[in-house]
Design a protein around this ligand. Structure first.
Ligand code: ATP
Ligand code: LTN
Length: 341
């Protein structure tokens, strides 16, 4: 196994499956990515191979990959501290995915709830084999970098468990030094931001309804969405996800964007109406988006700089990935080409 650097290795990614990330992506994942840069060896990618599972328009995918990078940067991911790369620029991801797919049970993959949900919506004929093996590719992303921690939202917990199972299975078959078994880094309070119109469902990037705040939403439009968010019975502004999912979701968003604790917010809004909270939060959100979008535009206006970041990131990522893949090819018994032997 490659020697671990002192700082724990981190790997995470998002799919460039839309022009804009959602505020759920920002709160649930991006804020964690940024926080981990200080103490860890962080690798963050645009999961463009994963985005192919839903057959996107080619030019839209290319554009979204760049825009996703610009949003990572605007959110505070720093290319001098993190390795930023496009998944497809590192061919070892797809190569390791094949090895792992030969270790994954058909039934095991079929139990992934995200696959069951998405394939149920699309029907058998509209569901690709790639969507089925999506979690195996995600396992390859993680295991290729010997990642110790994987910062994601709650919805990825089951995929992480599959990754851990695959690593443990291969370690017991091929030796304990085959893979590092990764842990999830899921920060409970912010790991699931809910849809504003349906506060018991995840705010999703692939739905286009009024319930999602996009990081690139026109700030006034986003403010309106907050004002028309579905709230709960009663009048008291308290954090109680079981009985007040709508208000609790708004408090969570508020807490992260305004950097105030939930307790402080509860105290601030004691005796006030839901409407007061919504009006104030709509301003907080609009201000946040205005500032965020100004930064995104600066990055998008300089495509040459984005290219430099990606070229540099791909080189760094490839160096790590190549070593791991060589190790694994050897473990599973693939004959090395003569020049490498
Ligand atoms: P889709 O909704 O189309 O499945 P997604 O936004 O969940 O898309 P990704 O782009 O792959 O898919 O997600 C990127 C990261 O954002 C993941 O770590 C995921 O767990 C996190 N995330 C996504 N939605 C939320 C949410 N509503 N709350 C918290 N974290 C989220
Ligand atoms: N499946 C993830 C995106 C993703 C990912 C990864 C996250 C692809 N590869 C590796 C963490 C580590 C999702 O959030 N939908």
């Amino acid at each position: 196994m490659t020697t671990q650097t002192a700082a724990p290795r981190i790997l995470s990614g998002m799919q460039p499956s839309n022009d804009s990330l959602s505020i759920g992506n920002y709160i649930g994942a991006l804020t964690q990515w940024v926080a981990l840069q200080d103490t860890c060896d962080t690798f963050y990618m645009m999961a463009d191979l994963h985005a192919l599972t839903v057959n996107p328009d080619p030019s839209a995918l290319r554009e979204r990959t760049r825009r996703t990078l610009a949003q990572y940067l605007a959110g505070g991911v720093d290319p001098s501290r993190s390795t930023l790369f496009v998944q497809s620029h590192v061919p070892q991801h797809a190569e390791l995915a094949w090895i792992l797919s030969c270790q994954t049970g058909f039934g095991e993959a079929g139990r992934m709830t995200q696959f069951k949900d998405k394939s149920a919506k699309q029907g058998n004929e509209g569901t690709s084999v790639g969507l089925f093996t999506y979690p195996v590719l995600m396992a390859a992303d993680i295991l290729l970098y010997d990642a110790a921690l994987v910062p994601v939202g709650e919805d990825q917990r089951q995929h992480l468990e599959l990754t851990r199972n695959l690593a443990e299975r291969m370690n017991s078959r091929f030796g304990e030094d085959t893979f590092v078994v990764p842990d999830g880094h899921i920060v409970k309070a912010i790991a699931k931001i809910y849809d504003l119109q349906n506060p018991t469902a995840k705010m999703s990037k692939s739905e286009n309804g009024k319930g999602t705040i996009w990081l690139l939403d026109e700030p006034k439009k986003a403010a309106k969405k907050i004002k028309s968010a579905v709230t709960d019975a009663g009048t008291e502004i308290v954090f109680d996800p079981a009985n007040k999912p709508g208000i609790s979701n708004l408090l969570n968003i508020y807490s992260v964007l305004a950097d105030k604790s939930i307790t402080a917010l509860e105290a601030e809004y004691a005796g006030k109406q839901y409407g007061n909270l919504k009006v104030d939060l709509s301003e907080v959100v609009a201000d946040f988006l205005t500032e965020f979008q100004a930064k995104v535009n600066v990055y998008l206006d300089d495509p040459a700089q984005l290219d430099v970041i990606l070229a540099d990131g791909a080189n760094k990522a490839k160096a790590v990935a190549q070593e791991t893949l060589k190790r694994i090819y050897d473990k599973v018994g693939l004959l090395p080409p003569a020049s490498q032997a």
